[in-house]
Write a protein that binds this ligand. Structure first.
Ligand code: HEC
Length: 294
């Protein structure tokens, strides 16, 4: 647990759910009133040689941790079938730009509560007033004028209004992570040892926004790696491992191919019937993905 905290795993895999994307702020109805629960503006050091700090809009609980190159899977940077951005931060940006679009999802973003308010990076004549709660400095509420939004969003990765959404994925909970392999959005890592090695080498690909994502080469010793894996395994609930109530499952009917009917015409569906586990749990524990491969 010490190493987990020391190398900042707990900034992303945060709180009792071990995921900053799964927290009470998001799920309680009062979150509608709160400012930066969904999207925030945060600073990062771009890896372009100079040590300037840029700020970027980001969705709470989603990060690009360099599992694959961005162009393999845009993740949160994608759109739904109607062309609406999946990202809260991108929806927010569209809502303050020229020809403003309504937010598709029901959420509120308060510019006053951003970690890095716009007023830090924009000149007074580039900003338009916006509403703010009385306790916050009024200047914090200001948002870029629509023309400035247009001018500064020329590329996904550059400009003062970039978003940290391309290649970003939801931070998964680590509860019972021993049993949820294969890991990452594309299932590319088969064991927790491989995941720890991935973090140890600082990701799979170079990412301009590494400094925002805290995924750096770590130089773990073998003992450190073993300790980290051991800690992750303490997050397994024995009731889950044995599928005991309330983690047992009912009987499930799974479609399983077809058979030719004697009358011709349509084929008959076949089903597999998986029996209920029962509240006392299974006779065999669930296995990790790596064990299943053996
Ligand atoms: C910048 C935020 C961030 C930090 C820091 C971070 N993680 Fe992650 N973690 C993620 C994201 C996002 C994913 C999912 C990535 C994907 O699916 O491509 C993930 C995935 C994982 C997974 C796989 C879970 C699954 O079910 O697939 C494990 C295990 C994990 N992280 C452990 C760690 C450990 C241990 C550390 C510290 C060494 C750490 N993480 C640091 C954001 C972070």
């Amino acid at each position: 647990m010490g190493i987990f905290a020391d190398v900042h795993c707990d900034i992303c895999h945060a709180g009792p759910t071990f995921s900053a994307a799964v927290n009470l702020e998001i799920y309680s109805p009062t979150a509608y009133k709160s400012g930066s629960a969904y999207a925030d503006r945060i600073g990062f050091i771009p890896s372009n040689g100079n040590n300037s700090v840029d700020a970027t809009l980001a969705d709470r609980g989603f990060f690009n941790t360099s599992v694959v190159p961005d162009e393999y899977d845009v993740g949160l940077g994608g759109t739904d079938p109607w062309g609406n951005p999946l990202s809260y931060a991108q929806q927010y940006l569209n809502s303050i730009g020229p020809n403003p679009k309504k937010l598709v999802d029901h959420f509120v973003v308060s510019s006053c509560e951003f970690t890095d308010p716009f007023v830090f990076d924009f000149k007074p004549n580039e900003l338009a007033p916006s509403k703010c709660s009385p306790s916050m400095p009024k200047s914090y509420a200001k948002v870029p004028k629509p023309a400035i939004v247009k001018q500064e969003t020329f590329s996904l990765d550059q400009g003062r209004l970039s978003t940290l959404t391309t290649g970003a994925f939801k931070i998964p909970s680590l509860r019972n992570v021993e049993l949820t392999g294969p890991y990452m959005h594309n299932g590319s890592m088969k064991s927790l040892e491989e995941v720890v090695e991935f973090y140890n080498r600082g990701g799979n690909v170079h990412n301009r926004r590494h400094a925002a994502t805290l995924v750096f080469a770590q130089g773990f010793s073998q003992d450190d790696k073993d300790a980290l894996v051991a800690f992750l395994k303490t997050l397994t609930d024995e009731r889950v491992r044995w599928e005991k109530a309330p983690f047992d499952h009912p009987s499930i009917k799974v479609p399983h191919g077809h058979t030719n009917t004697s009358t011709g015409g349509l084929m008959d569906d076949n089903f597999l019937q998986i029996p209920a586990v029962g509240k006392e749990g299974a006779s065999e524990p669930l296995k990790s993905f790596a064990e299943l491969l053996k």
